[in-house]
Design a protein around this ligand. Sequence first.
Ligand code: SF4
Length: 451
Amino acid sequence: MNWNEWREKARKLLNEGVAPAEAVWNDSPEFQFSVLERKPLEKPTIPKEFLEIGPLIAAARDPDRWDLLYRIVYRLNHESIHLLNVTVDNDVKRAMDLVKSVRKDIHKMHAFVRFKKIDIDGQETYIAWHKPEHLTIELGTPFFARRFGDKPWSIFSPDASAHWDLKELTFGPGMAEHEFTHQDEFDEVWKTYYKSIFNPARLNLKMMRQEMSPKYWSSMPETALIHELVRETPQRLQKMAAAPQVRAEVPAKLGLRDLKSLASNCTTCPWAKSSTQTVFGEGDSQARLMVVGEQPGSEEDLAGHAFIGPAGKVLADILNDLGIKREEIYITNAVKHFKWTPSDDGKARIHKKPSGGDMHACKPWLEAEIAAIRPKVIIALGVTAATSILGRLVKIGEERERNITNNALAENVIVSWHPSSILRAFNQEDRDQKIAELRSDLLRAFKLSAL
Ligand code: SF4
């Protein structure tokens, strides 16, 4: 049974008023239910939120998912249409756990699928094998049709397969891993790419296993290199330490006005030439709370002020809502120049994420700003800001509720979402959650700074 078949059956049962305890669901298209008590409904209501999460729950590898879905849809109609907002409810909690797990599985599919090129009757075709944790082939593969729509491809998994013929995405039966044994030059391409992005300074085997679970390794050619790269790490680290790294030269103990003036002439990085100007921090020179973002965007680059573009508006709305005045705090970025690349048609400047080298180059300016202001609390928004302040790779979702008190730059460091991640949110639910979390982190930081 799939989500659409379940919907059809569930609608009939709801119309007839069959209670969840009566229905016995299983994966077969046939199912049984006994008649105990019925509360017929003329027109069942299915809220939009349920239709958004329903297909994700239906894709979970959980034998109870159909019962759970029916219990929720029945309760939405008989108890409260707002049931999904009751996050402490056991059914809602279980549903949200499954949604989270399925979304994560889809994300891993997008990250770990590796295509191999084969020739079928003279036509270049791409195939891949992937073993998802859940039944996510139908939900996860439309992404590849959008991303690689100009090539025919197939993705096989033990449960199902997806096939793109340049016009239509269709689904078929699965395939065992041992039946899928193609090897080609694409393996070499992936290996070269992986070798080029492997950073020995960030080697953390435990984290690597968490992020890229060994269960996916068999279909990822680059993982054959992991042992070799790990073995070479000490030599590569030595080489990196010996290589000269650019870093802005900033005189000690300058006030904000002098720092801003000096930074306006900084040309340490190539981005200084391709952007309009240095965008230095602004705000109260004695602020107890400092907000640090990533780097200026296109609008900030043109105007010369931090956080005034679309992400800045998200931040401004939250600050207004919390009653925090922008002029009472200090707002800056970890990197002070706009790094960008032209769009395909050459008409727009597309933001490029700052590298570790960019953060390293610009950190003296950030340290000098912090030394001049001496804020009690720094809130770092996004991975770049958090990594620059803490000097290590940071996962915002895992650390945002902490108050980090062992950092040399400020008594308290809090990390939270960058407002641009709210603009890029997966869906409304994700957006609302990130706004609520950023709001709560900013409020916590502000209250702590006032103590
Ligand atoms: S990004 Fe920072 S270090 Fe690089 S040129 Fe701009 S101000 Fe200087």
